[in-house]
Design a protein. Structure first.
Length: 106
């Protein structure tokens, strides 16, 4: 039986990939540097080195594999959920006024 972990992440519609802190890779048993190394451009134009892995996820009642980038350079203090896979499997609607995010399976 697979053990599941709950993580919070901010939905970032401007991010290609989801990016989680490197400590989470370790918690999941993922060897950080065995993933595909990429240099992602962040909001201020700087580059951040990440390691991309396909990870099983459970989101909004659906189980699937998603590319998750892990990095020790994530300086935001929170994980990010990007567009890759999530925005292909769900319609994501933001209601800023009421601070609601709705994810509907496609």
């Amino acid at each position: 039986k697979r053990e599941w972990f709950l993580f919070n992440a901010f939905v970032d519609s401007g991010a290609d990939y989801s990016v989680f802190d490197a400590d989470i890779a370790s918690l999941l048993g993922v060897t950080l540097k065995s993933g595909t190394e990429k240099a992602l451009t962040v909001g201020d134009g700087d580059k951040m080195i990440v390691y991309l892995h396909n990870v099983p996820v459970r989101f909004a009642g659906l189980l699937f594999d998603a590319p998750i980038a892990f990095s020790s350079e994530l300086g935001s203090g929170f994980n990010l959920m990007g567009r890759s896979t999530f925005f292909e499997k769900f319609q994501i609607c933001f209601n800023d006024k009421n601070r609601i995010l709705r994810a509907t399976k496609l």
